[in-house]
Design a protein around this ligand. Structure first.
Ligand code: SF4
Length: 343
């Protein structure tokens, strides 16, 4: 029941938002997303060296992945290897499946396929990959050369983990903290860009506090709720500060502001594809639907999204439109800020 929450893929969220598991504990394990299903299909195709059931686009990725697998030196790969990270009790055992593993006399090589449109953190900063490296180290006792292959982005990154005791200690400290907070009945929720992908975002009080305050004015303040509203405002101020830091870092890295994906002006908007926006919308719409509507502009995309959302969630189209803006809000705000900074 608890184990899905302790997967390597959830550790990064635990590092940023230590109490998300306290909410997740109330929910059953979420189903597989369309993106995860496609990733799994591709992994299986590579393991079995078969393109049966793949589209032309997927076959192109499959072939590119096989080339990169060979280039990375995997001449006798084992695919889909079950792994476990043993931590000192009472911490849980973390389990996962490494995409590809190959043991060599001096090091063990692992490879992780990343089939999304958004680049994950580099291997050395990637806690999911760090956890797989730690599991591999516990099993084979050697340094771990970890490679991340991103077929959609045509990118490959490799890092050799040597200080794996430190990775195990760091993960242990993270889990100790979440258990301590839970034992004390304290919730430490920290909204971030990752909230979009969080399986508990629909019932998270940190998120609903933000939505509630957007629709609230000072006239509803009472002596009884002032403290709660103050706490919620603090949470929102912190979130805004985090977003501003990200914008500043982005602008610093992109002094000419190349790559702006969405421009807005009062009453109007234009949309151009970008990895991040594509990723947000692809959680709700197929590639074909997005591309059809992108070519007609922002309002067409918005309406298509709203109609689809309304039908699939049995809500009004107005609510679907609200959800669209919610989905792209961070992106819009960030891009608007980039425009300001770039003047
Ligand atoms: S939605 Fe965000 S703030 Fe809420 S639990 Fe998930 S990661 Fe934390």
């Amino acid at each position: 029941m608890e184990i899905w929450r302790h997967r390597p893929s959830n550790l990064q969220r635990t590092a940023v938002c230590p109490s998300w598991m306290q909410i997740a504990i109330q929910l059953p394990e979420p189903g597989e997303s369309a993106a995860a299903s496609e990733g799994k299909l591709l992994h299986e195709a590579i393991a079995e060296r078969s393109t049966d059931g793949l589209s032309a686009d997927q076959i192109e990725m499959y072939e590119w992945c096989l080339t990169e697998l060979a280039k990375a030196g995997f001449d006798a790969p084992q695919h889909e290897v079950a792994m476990a990270l043993e931590l000192d009790p009472p911490l849980p055992v973390i389990t996962g499946t490494a995409d590809v593993v190959q043991d060599t006399p001096t090091a063990t090589k692992i490879l992780d396929w990343k089939t999304g449109w958004v680049a994950p953190p580099s291997p050395e900063d990637n806690l999911q990959l760090g956890a797989y490296a730690a599991m591999t180290w516990q099993k084979y006792g050697k340094p771990v050369e970890a490679t991340m292959v991103m077929p959609r982005l045509k990118r490959v990154e490799t890092y050799t983990f040597t200080q794996l005791e430190s990775v195990v200690s760091y993960i242990s400290l993270l889990l100790q903290k979440t258990m301590r907070l839970r034992g004390e009945g304290v919730m430490e929720l920290k909204p971030s860009a990752d909230c979009r992908y969080c399986p508990v975002k629909n019932i998270c009080p940190a998120i609903s506090a933000g939505s509630m305050l957007q629709e609230t004015d000072a006239s509803v303040l009472t002596a009884d709720n002032a403290a709660t509203v103050y706490a919620q405002l603090n949470m929102i101020a912190k979130k805004a500060k985090d977003e501003m830091s990200k914008v500043k870092a982005f602008v610093k890295r992109n002094p000419d502001c190349e790559g702006i994906a969405i421009k807005t002006s009062p009453g109007r908007g234009t949309f151009r594809d970008s990895d991040e926006t594509y990723s947000i919308l692809s959680a709700y719409m197929t590639h074909k639907e997005i591309m059809e509507h992108v070519s007609f502009g922002f309002s067409s995309l918005r309406d298509a999204f709203a109609t689809k959302y309304a039908a699939s969630h049995s809500v009004t189209k107005k609510e679907g439109t609200r959800q669209f803006f919610e989905a792209v809000k961070t992106q819009l705000e960030r891009k608007q800020q980039e425009k300001i900074e770039c003047r």
